[in-house]
Design a protein around this ligand. Structure first.
Ligand SMILES: Cc1cc2nc3c(=O)[nH]c(=O)nc-3n(C[C@H](O)[C@H](O)[C@H](O)COP(=O)(O)OP(=O)(O)OC[C@H]3O[C@@H](n4cnc5c(N)ncnc54)[C@H](O)[C@@H]3O)c2cc1C
Length: 389
């Protein structure tokens, strides 16, 4: 395998946000590590590229160099009725293209001294805890710990025998290039737009990029019918089709709803990011959880290697304490929102402004899903849902 060391303390599979950031944090602690990525970098990734303020606030460096637009305005419509539109003093999100953003993250890790093998697929693993051989499409390497940051279909999870049960939602997105972008993009700039109605059991979004729009729909269903048609109809309803120059439509799975019995770490290694299924079930936002997960994993691995006693299992406990309660509360809200659509649309038409305002507080880190859940299930919240006020 090229001219790389034969043994690393840690091998990370996957150079998405989860893997690159963990690499960055560990390299800062001078821990020798290798990241293995099956695609040649920079790689494309279908994604809205919405980075919420709560994500920007916890990133360890500025990503201004790859931001396409900052949004300080959010809108919400329900069946074409605008129920919320608010401009904030500060950005509530940054919009990026994933090929550039992800490449920027891996560059930061490389600058801190990681080794990287792209265009190299992780195949399997054998050996004992602390002394494993990792097989890749370009040879083998020995490691003390293996990290699966390899996304929704994690092969590392099955090799580590971490049987992570999760659900799957589906999203489809179009990169819409408008004619005369200088004028036609103007109404969309600095705004993240959410629409209830274009998607069955989900929502639609329009995010501005430097010279085009990312337009997508998400459905909580595993195999929703007619998503391409629904997205085309959404683009048409927003009158983007007449100005459209080019478009590419692609669908993809997003994990959510991790099972409460899941284990995310053992003596061989741990899982991170989409591989865990820890994703916001209301919006499909996964990058925040990938970044938080990388920070938690870095603390656990550093303790493991510095204390020289097996403490990776702490990672499992820390995830269950820090991140999982939030996604469980969000999941209950997502079920009401998307599975009882007539009820939730009726409630949002009446109380949508307050709920959207609260949701902006969540994505900017001022509120938690636990608090929102408590409010929704209060007497006043239930009356709004049932249309009694
Ligand atoms: C349409 C759509 C829109 C979305 N919009 C947003 C959004 O606006 N904001 C947001 O926060 N989240 C969004 N998400 C979710 C977000 O894309 C993911 O949560 C995020 O990419 C997770 O990061 P990750 O590092 O865990 O995994 P990934 O980014 O999926 O990276 C995993 C990496 O592992 C590599 N890999 C996989 N298998 C192997 C192997 N065997 N060997 C070597 N390498 C391997 C892959 O090539 C990949 O590069 C969206 C998702 C979709 C589908």
């Amino acid at each position: 395998m090229m001219n790389l060391p034969k043994r690393y303390e840690v091998v990370i599979v996957g150079a998405g946000p989860a893997g690159s950031l963990l690499g960055y944090y560990l390299a800062k602690q001078h821990i020798p590590l290798l990241i293995v990525e099956k695609k040649r970098l920079p790689r494309q990734k279908i994604c809205g590229g919405g980075l919420t303020k709560r994500t920007l606030d916890i990133l360890p460096f500025t990503i201004a160099a790859v931001v396409e637009d900052y949004a300080n305005r959010a809108t919400l419509s329900v069946e074409n009725l605008t129920v919320f539109s608010k401009t904030y003093d500060q950005p509530i999100a940054a919009l990026v293209m994933r090929d550039r953003f992800d490449h920027f993250l891996i560059q930061q890790a490389l600058d801190k001294g990681i080794d990287l093998l792209d265009d190299t697929e992780f195949i399997g693993l054998h050996g004992s805890p602390g002394n494993m051989t990792v097989e890749t499409s370009r040879g083998s390497v020995r490691t003390g710990l293996l990290v699966g940051a390899d996304g929704i279909h994690s092969r590392v999870a099955s090799c580590l025998k971490l049987d992570v049960k999760k659900k799957r939602m589906t999203a489809i997105e179009a990169e819409v290039y408008l004619k005369q972008p200088d004028q036609s993009m103007a109404p969309f700039r600095h705004t993240i737009q959410f629409d209830m109605g274009p998607a069955r059991n989900g929502y639609g979004w329009i995010f501005p990029k430097k010279n085009h729009l990312s337009v997508g729909i998400l459905s909580l269903s595993k195999k929703p019918k007619g998503m391409r048609e629904d997205l085309t109809a959404y683009i048409k309803a927003r009158k983007l089709d007449s100005q459209m120059e080019a478009l590419s439509l692609k669908g993809h799975g997003i994990p959510y709803g991790p099972d409460r019995q899941n284990r995310y770490a053992n003596q061989f290694g741990l899982l991170l990011g989409d591989a865990t299924g820890i994703v916001d079930p209301i919006t499909g936002e996964g990058i925040y959880y990938a970044v938080r997960g990388a920070q938690i994993a870095s603390d656990a691995i550093t303790a493991h290697l510095v204390d020289n006693k097996p403490s990776v299992h702490r990672y499992d406990a820390m995830l269950k304490q820090d991140l999982l309660p939030e996604v469980y509360y969000a999941q209950r809200l997502a079920h009401i929102l998307y599975k009882f659509e007539r009820l939730s649309h009726r409630a949002l038409k009446k109380g949508g402004a307050k709920i959207a305002e609260n949701h902006v507080k969540i994505i900017t880190g001022q509120k938690t899903y636990r608090q929102l859940h408590r409010e929704v299930f209060s007497m006043a919240g239930l009356r709004t849902i049932l249309g009694l006020k």
